[in-house]
Design a protein around this ligand. Structure first.
Ligand SMILES: Cc1ncc(COP(=O)(O)O)c(C=O)c1O
Length: 629
């Protein structure tokens, strides 16, 4: 990251979370760089967006960067290879990518391609995901791990796929599932490769604590595991049990939680081998976190460790437990999703307009105005640094009184508008004189209420569902003017609904802030914002609130000459497509609209050229992008 001490952009903490991926160019553009190549040039993001726009790929758009994904795969595989070499561990690492984390074909295909040298496999949590996994040519030693609830069809396909050379493991989630496996085995006469999902009692901290511990929904407790072992023995099939799966959790903030949970998983492994199960693989599921805030702390959106430390902890803990029990080292499997893909995508959108909460000038009270308007205006004479709180108190008092009078009909619209504008002008002056954030919390709290609203061309529900659902934090940064001090603060509102469709928590240099420093909008220049690290979970969890559909997606590769190659373009949903998701047939809608138009013609409310224009406008809309164009 290039930073120049206290430059205008240091407020965005890009150097903390941006790692070796993002950097600011001298012209103030945010740029991306290839983390796999030393001294790679920085590719300007606004320039890239302009270029994509010229090619017809419009904002809002998800930008996937191929080398960022490659780095994700490389980090975890090399992290384990190095930890294994350092610890003298005697078995390899065979990671799998959980398809649920990003099911998009362009992502999964690339993961398979970049993962092939490492025999990286896939995890399928459902029948559709198994169908996707089996459409890929994986390396010979790569695994397909089947988790989740499975019916006979799922199990049949998983077992039969072994005939094609796939190492497909059916992870038993419950004793009942074993019954289904046994009946499929009876039916097709082929042996399965089995795993058993052991529920750990250790609870991790953080946002996903629920997915760990006694009350987590998947996996078996000790009693159920014993029942499964006994039944497998009884049926002469214990030799099929090769893998223990113990999902540690997701986004584990504290590396010591990892160590504890791995230790517990090892205890089960040792006991299961003691029971006669010929286990060869230990699968530790997900959990490796992403440092969304760059704070390097054990908090919900951060982690107090890196990939290398995670790998070292896992390898050392397993080696120690196996050596102590005198067992061979098992092949290590993890199902790291978030850490593999989160950084590879970003959401880019434009700001449509702003609602400002201050005013550069104020009208004078007019004759006949209520005296409270004059009282409000008089505050202007004592806006000085030492009386700011008093000014805020007075301004609020007079404005509230005037609003009450307006509501009761004692003052009219124009007088109220004058008062509101005087109030905003006072706030503008107070903002300029306010002490640095943190010095006077009362004033900070008040001024936060006066942050502008920047209305942005995206849907939180479609593109950033975790921001809405679980208060997930993502880095958000203007993509241009980063060499100019931001002169305003704003919350970001999307174009869906006016209550929840907002981003109002931002990662800044001095902590999490309820508003984002931004630049004033100008008439002729688009103002672009980027939300980073959205590659995990966001694309598929999104929904169709207000029928805003999938955004355009561009997969790019950064070039050595500072340019980029567009590897793939996926057009966002059209209005016709989102209509069909909610059971409308777009053709029926065209017909219905036409009949309304024709009725208007027969009643002489419309002429034929107006008919033509209306039908064209309706058809253009139905075939167009759901977002503001
Ligand atoms: C069984 C299983 N494996 C892997 C993952 C991926 O976890 P993460 O994205 O934290 O790596 C999950 C998600 O919670 C999961 O349930």
């Amino acid at each position: 990251m290039t930073t120049d001490g206290d430059t205008p952009h240091s407020i965005y903490a890009i150097e903390k979370w941006g790692m070796d991926l993002a950097s600011v160019l001298p012209n103030g553009d945010l740029g991306l760089k290839n983390p796999l190549k030393e001294n790679s040039p920085i590719v300007s993001l606004p320039k890239m967006v302009r270029d994509l726009e010229e090619r017809g790929v419009h904002t809002p758009l998800v930008l996937r960067v191929s080398c960022f994904l490659q780095q994700g795969i490389q980090n975890i595989n090399q992290g384990f290879a190095e930890a294994i070499a350092r610890a003298g561990y005697k078995a390899p690492y065979r990671g799998v990518f959980p398809i649920k984390v990003n099911q998009q074909a362009q992502v999964v295909d690339r993961i398979v391609e970049f993962g092939r040298p490492y025999s990286f496999g896939l995890e399928a949590g459902s029948k559709p995901e198994l169908v996707i996994a089996l459409a890929h040519r994986l390396a010979k030693d790569a695994l397909i791990v089947c988790n989740g609830v499975k019916d006979a069809e799922f199990i049949r396909l998983a077992i039969l796929s072994r005939k094609l050379g796939f190492n497909t493991v059916i992870v038993l989630e419950s004793p009942k599932e074993l019954d289904t496996v046994l009946s499929v085995v009876d039916e097709i006469g082929e042996e399965p490769l089995l795993g058993v999902r052991v529920k750990l009692t250790n609870r991790i901290s953080g946002n996903w604590a629920e997915s760990s511990g006694d009350r987590s929904t998947f996996g078996m407790n000790t009693d159920q595991i014993v029942a499964v072992i006994d039944k497998l023995k009884d049926k002469g099939m214990l030799h099929c049990l090769k893998l223990q799966h113990s999902h540690l959790g997701s986004q584990i903030p504290d590396v010591n939680d990892v160590r504890r949970a791995v230790g517990e998983a090892c205890r089960y492994f040792v006991e299961l081998v003691g029971e006669g199960a010929p286990l060869t693989h230990l699968d530790l599921g997900g959990g490796l976190g992403v440092d969304y805030t760059g704070e390097k702390t054990a908090s919900e959106n951060s982690i107090n460790y890196g990939v290398k430390e995670y790998c070292t902890n896992v390898v050392e803990t397993v080696a120690y437990a196996m050596d102590e029990a005198g067992l061979e080292h098992p092949v290590l499997v993890t199902e790291s999703g978030r850490a593999t893909v989160a950084t590879s995508s970003m959401l880019i959108f434009n700001v449509l307009e702003a609602t400002l909460y201050d005013a550069s000038s104020a009208p004078k009270p007019e004759e006949g105005d209520n005296h409270l308007v004059a009282d409000l205006a008089a505050i202007d004479s004592y806006v000085v640094p030492e009386r700011l709180q008093e000014c805020i108190n007075d301004a609020n008092f007079y404005r509230n009184e005037l609003r009450a009078l307006f509501r009761r009909g004692y003052i009219g619209l124009r007088q109220m508008a004058r008062a509101e504008r005087i109030f905003l002008h006072l706030m503008g002056r107070i903002k300029l004189l306010a002490p640095p954030t943190g010095e006077m919390p009362e004033i900070d709290a008040h001024l936060e209420q006066l942050a502008d609203i920047y209305h942005c061309n995206f849907s939180l529900f479609q593109s950033l569902p975790d921001v809405w659902a679980i208060d997930q934090l993502h880095p958000v940064v203007p993509l241009q003017k980063l060499n100019e001090a931001p002169d305003r603060r704003a919350v970001l509102s999307d174009i869906t609904c006016d209550s929840d469709g907002k981003i109002n928590r931002f990662i800044l240099e001095d902590g999490i802030s309820p508003s984002l420093p931004v630049h004033s909008l100008t008439e002729d220049e688009p103002y672009l914002l980027g939300v980073f690290f959205v590659g995990a979970y966001q694309e598929t969890l999104g929904d169709l609130h207000n029928l805003f559909g999938d955004t355009n997606v561009a997969t790019v590769e950064l070039r050595d000459d500072g340019g980029f190659d567009l590897l793939h373009e996926q057009e966002g949903d059209t209005i016709a497509e989102v209509m069909s998701y909610v059971e409308y047939d777009p053709r029926d809608c065209v017909d219905a609209f036409r009949s309304i138009v024709d009725q208007a013609i027969s009643e002489a409310r419309l002429n034929t050229s107006e008919r033509k224009m209306l039908m064209a406008a309706y058809r253009d809309s139905i075939n167009g992008y759901t977002y503001y164009e």
